[in-house]
Design a protein around this ligand. Structure first.
Ligand SMILES: [Zn+2]
Length: 342
């Protein structure tokens, strides 16, 4: 992660505002967030608000299986599994033309209907089955007939035929009815997430909720326990000794948006840097404020893998983390270099 000074230089250079102005904006932002974020964290938010991209991710390869309804500016490279003959239709007395392309990659297939004038793109680009194409600036909508999702070009969408790469895998799921294989978590921007996805998000931990960092569960089944007068009861197992588990929730930001994140047990332990017994003892001894003042995770850059869901109360999206890693800058640089073939 860049230092605050490096971030200020970067934001200043890319936004055209002078560094003092940026520094003031960062201070204001920290104050606005009740000083819960580090200078670096606030710099990331200010950068994002100014439209400056600070967290670079060279490869943003969207796969078919990760396209979800309402996604905008969809850019995807996929192979044409089939092209349907154009047909005329009649809607409310108006004649129209429609054709569909079925796009396919290793993750699944998706339909791209072409409407009216768009139909001519097939001939003008010389598109045929098995061609590798790039669709850019498209958008996705719910496919109400098939209970899935389909792509639409819209006004800004483009289709480009690409020089052919490797031959298509023979076992590609070519039929749109073919079940989509299980989704592997893919590195994604926060702005592209939607509930139900498994995703890996790289972002900066901006904030944590300064609540009790642990909760009790049944020592026999791990399930929920109810507390009354210091006695814990499990629905299954009656009165039990509670087991203590770590819980940490906060907000991460990757420059495209921010997302509530919840870490349980081992994942929270990685961020606290100590097991639940020690966290519990420290919290009890120091009290809530002093405990969280001593938390060192704010401003760290994290790779968070997990399931995206919609919070039952707030309806906002959150990621339930099943693996978190601190971004190791050296490893990350190595990875990026190997991707560009160095
Ligand atoms: Zn139990």
């Amino acid at each position: 992660m860049l230092s605050a000074d490096e971030l200020i230089t970067e934001i200043s250079g890319k936004s055209g505002k002078n560094p003092d102005e940026i520094k003031k904006m960062i201070k204001d932002k920290q104050r606005e967030l009740s000083d819960l974020v580090s200078e670096e964290g606030a710099a990331y938010i200010v950068g994002r608000e100014l439209g400056v991209e600070l967290i670079k991710d060279t490869k943003r390869e969207l796969k078919v299986a990760n396209i979800v309804p309402e996604m905008r500016n969809v850019d995807i490279v996929a192979r044409i599994a089939s092209i349907f003959e154009p047909r005329e239709f009649n809607k409310n007395g108006k004649k129209g033309m429609v054709s569909s392309i079925i796009l396919s990659d290793e993750s699944g297939t998706i339909r791209l209907p072409l409407w009216n004038d768009e139909v001519s793109l097939i001939a003008s680009n010389g598109l045929k089955q098995n061609d590798l194409i790039e669709v850019s600036g498209a958008w996705a909508k719910k496919d109400t007939y098939r209970d899935g999702v389909e792509l639409r070009l819209g006004k800004r969408g483009r289709i480009k035929k690409l020089e052919d790469g490797p031959a298509p895998e023979p076992d590609l799921p070519h039929s749109e009815d073919y079940p989509v294989p299980p989704k592997e978590a893919k590195r994604m921007d926060i702005s592209m997430l939607s509930p139900g996805l498994n995703a890996i998000v790289k972002g900066c931990l901006l904030q944590v909720y300064r609540k009790r960092p642990f909760f009790e569960s049944c020592s026999q089944c791990g399930g929920r326990v109810e507390e009354k007068d210091g006695i814990f009861t499990c629905k299954e197992h009656g009165q039990v000794e509670p087991k203590y588990n770590l819980l940490l929730s906060g907000v991460i930001d990757d420059g495209t948006g921010n997302l509530r994140v919840v870490f349980f047990r081992e994942q929270a332990e990685k961020l606290f840097g100590k097991p639940v017994e020690e966290v519990k003892a420290e919290f009890t001894e120091k009290g809530q404020d002093a405990f969280w003042d001593g938390f060192t995770g704010i401003g760290k850059e994290l790779l968070v893998e997990g399931r995206i869901k919609s919070n039952e109360l707030t309806k906002e999206m959150e990621i339930l983390c099943n693996n978190v890693e601190e971004v190791n800058t050296r490893e990350e640089i190595k990875r990026l270099l190997s991707e560009v073939g160095q």
